[in-house]
Design a protein around this ligand. Structure first.
Ligand SMILES: [Zn+2]
Ligand SMILES: [Zn+2]
Length: 228
């Protein structure tokens, strides 16, 4: 279920566009399938955990502070000394999701696009301007479906000037990948909003999560992100 939009803080390393984050509750209903996060594997067969990648490149000038290559790019494999090429599917698995192979992805049909537009009366999901694009909140490579639930009509501005991500409000560690975001204040705010609307099911779920959050450490599903 789409809950709201969250805007990631603007200023970034490497001129990345700021992200518009689709906040979902139960992203599984959008098609995602969660798995145990898997470390990268080099072409030589070596398992490339974040620690192995660090060990492979200590001589590099920016070690160990450059986040973009800590996230898996441009680091040598300590076994074979080569720069491994980490494919899209490995990236997705390392994040704890089952990837959909490219050749199994089905395009959104004209009819599905129309239905999505009807749902918002032709307006952008985020700002009420006229929508010109329909995107999948959970991208197809991540298993994102073509169902109405996963389709977001967007205006030119919210399509062109932002990168697009999703995060599940019911999965706290997923918020570690969102620059500057903190799960707890957002979950609390949403809990209060749902409470006012009288949506009891999700209020109860969020209350349970907020209580659990104070007691336990979550398993971070993002192996290659710096701890913030
Ligand atoms: Zn290797
Ligand atoms: Zn918009």
């Amino acid at each position: 279920m789409y809950v709201t939009a969250y805007f990631e803080d603007g200023e970034h390393h490497h001129n990345r566009k700021p992200h518009l984050v689709f906040v979902l509750a139960n992203a599984e209903s959008h098609g995602i399938r969660r798995i145990e996060p898997e470390p990268y594997t080099c072409e030589c067969g070596a398992e490339l955990t974040p620690e192995a990648l660090d060990a492979g490149d200590e001589g590099k000038a920016s070690w160990p502070n450059c986040k973009s290559w800590r996230n898996g790019g441009q680091k040598r494999c300590p076994e074979c000394g080569e720069y491994p090429s980490i494919g899209r599917e490995q990236h997705i698995r390392a994040r704890g999701y089952r990837p959909t192979p490219k050749d199994e992805i089905k395009q959104v049909t004209a009819r599905q696009r129309e239905d999505a537009m009807k749902k918002t009366d032709g307006q952008c999901l985020v700002c009420d301007e006229e929508a010109s694009y329909v995107v999948r909140m959970v991208p197809p490579r991540y298993g994102g479906s073509r169902e109405l639930e996963n389709l977001a009509p967007l205006c030119d501005h919210h399509y062109e000037n932002y990168g697009h991500m999703f995060a599940d409000i019911l999965v706290p560690p997923e918020w570690n990948k969102i620059h500057g975001a903190e799960w707890r204040p957002l979950a609390t705010e949403l809990r209060d909003q749902f409470d006012e609307l009288g949506v009891d099911g999700i209020v109860e779920t969020l209350n349970q999560l907020l209580a659990t959050d104070q007691e336990q450490e979550w398993d971070d599903p993002f192996l290659y992100l710096d701890q913030q």
